[in-house]
Every structure is written in C-alpha cells, then in structure tokens.
Design a protein around this ligand. Structure first.
Ligand code: PCA
Length: 324
C-alpha cells in the first residue's frame, strides 16, 4: 500500500481520500402508498433534489406500498435505525401522543390553506415530540379532504349502523364508534383485498386513496364530507441527521421546503383527478344530506372536545396559534 501511494502524485492522493470521506451513501425510504400516488411521486422528486444537491453523495431509494416495512412499522424502523428515512401518516401514532392527531380533528382544518396553518401551529410541538423519539421531521404533505365511501345510499348516521369500515388512525376508529360502524384497522396496501373479501364495506379516506384502491369494484357512493386533512410526514433518524455536514443538512432543508410546496399542488391536482376517476367508473360523488351533515358536525364536535382533553395545554396552545 505504502509503495503504491508513493507512486501516486499528491493531488491524486488528496482526491482519493476526499472521495473516501464523502463515500456515496444509499438510504432506504419505506412508504405505505403506491408508487403512482402523489405522495410517493413527491418523495421521488425529493429524493432527486437531495441527489442533485449532494452531487450524488446521498441516494434515497423509495420503497413504496409497504414493500420494505408496512405502514404501521415505518416510524419504529426509522426510530431504531433499521432504516435512515421513511414516510408515515403521523396521526396513526396518536396513541403515543394526542398531538400526533392534530391534523385529524374533524372539521377544524378542511381547506389546504387551513391545513398549512394548522401544520405550522403544531410543528414546534411535533418536532419536540419526534426529537424525543430520535426522529427529525423533514417535511409533511396533506392528503385531500376525507370523505365516506359506501355501497349504498347513506342519508343519516343511522344508515351507517353495523357497516364494517376500514380505520387508519384514532379519529377514523372513533368516528366509526360514534356512528355505530365497526372499525377494522387495515393498511392502505391491503384495502382492495379486504374489500374483495368482504372484510370491509366502507372507507373513510380521500378520493385519491379510493382511486388507488379501485374502490368502484365494490362500492358505489362517495360522500364529500371534508372531515379533515391528515398528513404524511417524512422523518429521518436523528443520529443519521446529526451525522450530516451542515452543507448536506442545508440541502435537505431546501429540498424539504420545495417538497412541502410542490406537495400541496400535487395533492390538489390528485384530488381533482381522483374525483373525476370515481365518476368515470360509475360512482356517485355526492354532498351529504343536510341531516347527515348536521349529525356528522355534532359527532365532530364531540371528537374535538375529546381531543382537547387528551392534548391538554400543548393542544390548546396549538389551536390558539392556529386560530390567531
Ligand atoms: N389516504 C391515506 C390516509 C388518508 C388518505 O386520504 C389512507 O387512507 O391510508
């Protein structure tokens, strides 16, 4: 080795050692949604932004649709360093802390503008919570507003009794309970199968996830309820983050800001496209009757009170900041 080194010109040695210390790294990024979904497309763009910004030093490989880790396991996998980075619906972890469910309080933030305002109000708290779990929040993008899919006319909450509905977080499960439906927790990647098998016959989700799941094969009604706009968050292992040079951290911050902005536009466009696809596949896309809408508003108020109790002072501060 010594002999070999002595044969190399000084410049070449320096170049060799520099490229060694910045050896290109490949990171794995599990996500729970299909490759074609707007969240995943946005993550691909983010990955490209990071690759370009770090001149190829960090390649982030996206593993969509729960293929590397199932949705519910992604946060823990990033936390424990089984993978460097991942994308997860944070409200699914509301059992750890009510603040993770801030984006799923019914009828609080149901427009994109309000979703962004609520996110910024909650962000300092979320960052603290995540940091305590060895995680760093990179960026977050809202899903389109949540509605209700059924295989029949539903004109009042009474029509929902006994319906088996897929749940994905505490809010969906609680809404099911308060409407006498039966909540069943199912990963997004398994919705189509669960519907085909008759395990569920209803969904509380966006038109986009309805389209991703080809919901029209089993269901025929989508009620545009605009209940809430849950968010996916991209999180990175904090030890990995702390190991990045300030320059690389800046690349991540810049790409994250771009991803948050572009993500909103992608979410809006995906919603329009999905609503059209539901109709094109024969589904009725409907506004809820005034009876149903009134009943859901009341249930939403109950859920908001329950959330406020769980979230305590920190939750109150978030809502106050949001409303100011
Ligand atoms: N799609 C995701 C979360 C909210 C949404 O619109 C899902 O159903 O899993």
């Amino acid at each position: 080795m010594k002999l070999y080194k002595s044969l190399l010109p000084a410049g070449a040695l320096l170049a060799a050692s520099t490229s060694l210390s910045c050896a290109a790294e490949t990171w794995d990024m599990p996500t729970a949604y299909p490759a074609s979904n707007f969240q995943t497309v946005n993550a691909q763009d983010f990955s490209k932004c990071v690759a370009d910004g770090t001149k190829g030093d960090i390649s982030i490989i996206i593993h969509p649709n729960g293929s590397l880790f199932k949705g519910n396991d992604i946060k823990r996998a990033v936390q424990t360093g089984q993978t460097q980075i991942g994308e997860r619906l944070l409200s699914s972890h509301e059992n750890e802390n009510a603040l993770f469910g801030t984006d799923s309080i019914p009828f609080i933030a149901t427009s994109y503008d309000d979703s962004v305002k609520l996110y910024h109000a909650a962000k300092p708290e979320l960052e603290k919570l995540l940091e305590d779990q060895n995680l760093k929040l990179v960026y977050s993008v809202p899903w389109p507003p949540q509605g209700l899919f059924f295989n029949k006319d539903v004109n009042a909450v009474a029509d929902m009794a006994g319906v088996k509905v897929r749940s994905y977080n505490k809010a969906t499960a609680r809404l099911a309970e308060l409407t006498s439906m039966v909540p069943i927790s199912i990963e997004a990647a398994e919705i189509s199968q669960a519907m085909a098998a008759g395990v569920i016959n209803s969904l509380i989700t966006s038109a986009v996830t309805g389209q991703d799941s080809k919901v029209w094969e089993q269901l025929d009604h989508f009620y545009v309820v605009n209940a809430w706009m849950p968010r996916n968050a991209v999180i990175v292992n904090k030890t990995v983050w702390d190991g990045l040079s300030p320059d690389k951290q800046k690349v991540f911050d810049d790409c994250a800001a771009k991803a948050e902005e572009a993500g909103i536009a992608k979410s809006k466009a995906a919603n329009e496209e999905a609503l059209a696809a539901l109709k094109a596949n024969g589904m009725k896309v409907l506004d809820p009757s005034s009876k149903l809408s009134g009943e859901l508003t009341q249930i939403g108020a109950t859920m908001a009170d329950e959330w406020a109790k769980r979230a305590g002072d920190a939750g109150a501060t978030v809502l106050k900041t949001f409303r100011n």
